[in-house]
Design a protein around this ligand. Structure first.
Ligand code: FSX
Length: 318
């Protein structure tokens, strides 16, 4: 998929040390599956690129995506991502509230017209003109259209923003959809997951800032580096699957021995992501490691597609 280059903004240059930038870039390039030489190029790009204005809109969501980003345990990641970008508007993280917050968003969009990155988490209500989800009296639908118009790129963070997520699940009373069903004329990156792995959010923003274009995307507009394979392909329980050793209930002998959770409804074989390798909370664990099958949350329609405890059909020799 082609990834058109995009211009940088004119914000003051960030002041992070070169050593910190190199550490950050090395970690990001490793995650992005870029060659080692790309780390210094990314650090150079970040060092000379003015801080990138980011306007972050939260619509129909649970704040899990922001919780995920704020709980990144990677050394320097959280501080660097806020030094590399200028997070000009974010409901949850900003100090401003009320009119001041709305004015901050409008001021950032005006000052960086055509140059800011628009991050969206949460699904967009479209039914009845989008009146079921509003911010300061403005429908999310209208706010998205207005802010997307002058954005240079859009990052849909979380499965709600990417594909509609839980809000879009039946009966979808608000007419919820993902961002791509509303905006189709801007570079768009879907960082799905409910919530996404925090390093995927940071990595996409770092790539946009350092290289001026999105990373390579798959057919669902997800960055290939963070959705390289199915959870099953990288799962530490996969040897049990191949041996035909399964847990059949959550408290049987197979469960105690850590056998494969396929028959307890795990959706790992049809779900792409890096949960099994990057894990969560600084590499402590991920759902399968804590004894529950993958829910398939990085995929479209995951809530409706299959019961969480219904096994997939047609187990083959994987
Ligand atoms: Fe959705 Fe994110 Fe799941 Fe929650 O913003 S992807 S419900 S983790 O918070 O949107």
């Amino acid at each position: 998929m082609s990834t058109p280059a995009i211009e940088s903004t004119g914000q003051p240059a960030q002041t992070v040390s070169r050593r910190a930038l190199l550490q950050f870039s090395s970690a990001m390039c490793s995650l992005l599956a870029l060659p080692a030489a790309a780390a210094s190029a990314m650090a150079e790009g970040l060092a000379k690129t003015p801080r990138q204005s980011v306007v972050w809109l939260s619509f129909q969501e649970c704040t899990g995506c922001t919780e995920s980003l704020s709980r990144s345990y990677s050394p320097t990641l959280e501080s660097l991502i806020f030094d590399v970008v200028s997070l000009d508007y974010h409901h949850t993280l900003q100090a401003a509230s009320g009119d001041a917050a709305e004015q901050a968003r409008d001021a950032a969009a005006t000052a960086n017209k055509g140059k800011y990155i628009l991050v969206v988490d949460g699904a967009v209500s479209t039914k009845d003109g989008g009146l079921y989800s509003t911010i300061a009296g403005v429908a999310n639908l209208d706010m998205l259209r207005a802010l997307a118009r002058d954005a240079k790129a859009i990052v849909a963070v979380g499965t709600c923003a990417a594909f509609g997520g839980i809000a879009k699940a039946k009966p979808n009373p608000t007419g919820a959809v993902g961002v791509q069903e509303i905006v189709s004329d801007k570079p768009l990156i879907n960082v799905s997951g409910c919530p996404p792995v925090p390093e995927a959010i940071a990595g996409v923003l770092a790539h946009l800032v350092a290289f001026g274009k999105p990373p390579e995307l798959d057919r669902l507009k997800r960055p290939v580096a963070f959705f390289p394979a199915t959870i099953h392909q990288r799962c530490y329980r996969r040897p049990f699957y191949r041996e035909g050793l399964f847990a059949k209930s959550f408290d049987d002998e197979g469960a105690r021995k850590g056998y494969c959770l396929y028959y307890l409804g795990c959706k790992g074989p049809v779900t792409r992501g890096i949960c099994a390798t990057r894990k969560w909370n600084g590499g402590v664990s991920f759902p399968i490691q804590s004894g529950h099958g993958c829910l398939g949350c990085t995929e479209p329609n995951f809530w409706d597609r299959a019961g969480f405890y219904q096994p997939l059909e047609g187990r083959g020799s994987r």
